[in-house]
Design a protein around this ligand. Structure first.
Ligand code: FRU
Length: 481
């Protein structure tokens, strides 16, 4: 057996060995994509190709820690029902022996082509990086074409995660990098055939374009247009917490600007953090045939309490977010759950004219795996609190204009919070899975993503409380299949 078939065979054996344990885990997710076994991280190669959505993912089938990554593969016709496909890439060749790292997919002459980073480390841990190409005619079997780009001068070997797109008949690729001066960078390249690449220049980075110190390495860049704007989505490493911002070990956000395709430079404004929760990183977008800009994020953060997740005992860790559509309003990205998720709704409860006051906390609804929405009509209280599964509290403090997500910490120590400034609350939409929660505020103006591990994952009351005054509105809840 050749090395590639051998690795794939070993991965399949491992899946077969542990899949029953994973499937019986109470924390197994119902509507979020998760690994069959092992560790899942970044979404890769997200594309709508020949009528199906394809989502690949960074995958270590053998362990619940990081290692020589494979590309796992799911596909779907509707973003809701996903099929587990054959393993797309295994780290079998010299140029990727320590991992087929993150990358993206494009359609070219009827073929599905993947550009990804080949990660190589020697015995001393010294890194090499190769940008590689693989292609498929049927969308499931990939043929490796090898290295298409080597490390250019001026950057360290922290140079990875190519995102490719076509603009005015030419291919462009943005890569996450670290400059020789150890500054985070996004770098632009161009090509006519996806095989020969020419460097154009730095798009943005630490100490460029008035940015100042903004991290020592930028991972997983994505560059795309939303309305008239060029958006650079990127995950910088090395940002220091700043008030309510950048609270996770590594963070993700975006710049809005105008890209100069001649020089590669993005004239941009400030950095906006994309998701305000505990677990969110390395998102990737694509456009589908309806022209929607869709995004998946990794519901995890590298090196952030990864050894504390209780699912490790059941041989799996991490998940994807739900797919979100990106819209643009008032200079900012709005993130909205894709409408297809409505197909999962069953058992609707609709309650109008609900009034929560200090004498009447509202707890008529309960659920285990569900979507919850509240449209706020009157907010005449200092603070509204919504408790979910005894392990997560959502609070909006109107006086301080602060939204808070509080959870029981993964180490089961003191409660911990993530927060953002919010001038008013008109709508809150919450997606609750067995061990995950995603909160969309005011139609995606702010989003919080987090894992949660309640002892009891069964039906639990959803409790709305105020300490003074009242909050009035309508509440809807749907169980999810
Ligand atoms: C981000 C990341 C990428 C890399 C991949 C390896 O989470 O570190 O930069 O390509 O994960 O799995």
């Amino acid at each position: 057996m050749d090395r590639n078939s051998d690795l794939i065979h070993q991965a399949e054996q491992t899946v077969a060995e542990y899949k029953d344990i994973v499937n019986q885990d109470k924390y197994r997710l119902h509507f979020h994509l998760m690994p069959p076994v092992g560790l899942l991280n970044d979404p890769n190669g997200f594309i709508h190709w020949e009528g199906r959505y394809h989502l690949f993912y960074q995958w270590n089938p053998f362990k619940t820690s990081h290692g020589a990554k494979f590309w796992g593969h799911y596909s779907s016709s509707n973003l809701v029902d996903w099929k587990e496909e054959k393993i797309a890439l295994a780290p079998s060749e010299w140029f990727e022996k320590n991992g087929c790292y993150s990358g993206s997919a494009v359609e070219d002459n009827g073929k599905l082509k993947l550009l990804y980073t080949g990660n190589v480390k020697d015995e001393q841990g010294n890194r090499e990086t190769y940008q590689c190409l693989a292609e498929s005619t049927n969308g499931t079997d990939f043929k490796k074409k090898g290295v298409v780009l080597r490390l250019p001068e001026g950057y360290t070997a922290h140079f990875r995660d190519p995102k490719v797109w076509k603009y005015e008949g030419k291919w462009y690729m943005v890569i996450g990098a670290q400059s020789a001066q150890l500054e985070g960078r996004a770098v632009l390249f161009s090509s006519n055939d996806l095989e020969e690449w020419t460097i154009i220049g730095d798009v943005a980075g630490t100490n460029l374009n008035g940015l100042g110190n903004f991290g020592y390495m930028w991972e997983c860049p994505d560059l795309f247009q939303l309305e008239e704007n060029d958006i650079l989505l990127v995950s910088p490493q090395g940002l220091k917490p700043e008030g309510m911002l950048y609270q996770n070990v590594y963070n993700t956000g975006y710049f809005v600007g105008k890209l100069d395709y001649q020089t590669g430079a993005l004239e941009h404004g400030e950095f906006f953090e994309l998701d305000r929760g505990f677990e969110f990183y390395a998102p990737q977008t694509t456009v589908d045939d309806q022209g929607r800009r869709l995004m998946f994020g990794w519901m995890g953060v590298p090196e952030q309490e990864e050894d504390k997740h209780p699912t490790i005992a059941q041989h799996w860790i991490h998940a994807m977010t739900i797919p979100r559509e990106l819209l643009f309003r008032d200079g900012r990205i709005l993130q909205q759950p894709v409408k297809e998720l409505q197909d999962l709704r069953i058992n609707e409860s609709t309650l109008t004219d609900v009034k929560v006051d200090p004498q009447h906390s509202f707890s008529k609804l309960e659920g285990s795996v569900y979507e919850l929405q509240m449209h706020v009509e009157e907010f005449e209280a200092q603070q509204l609190e919504i408790s979910i599964k005894d392990s997560v509290q959502l609070r909006y403090n109107k006086k301080e204009q602060v939204f808070t997500l509080e959870r029981v910490s993964l180490t089961k120590g003191a409660p911990e919070v993530r927060q953002c400034q919010l001038t008013n609350l008109t709508k809150i939409q919450v997606f609750v899975d067995t061990s995950a929660i995603e909160i969309f505020i005011n139609d995606g103006q702010e989003v919080f993503t987090a894992r949660m591990f309640p002892e009891d994952v069964s039906n639990k009351s959803i409790v709305f409380k105020v300490g003074d005054g009242h909050v009035k509105g309508s509440i809807q809840k749907w169980d999810f299949e």
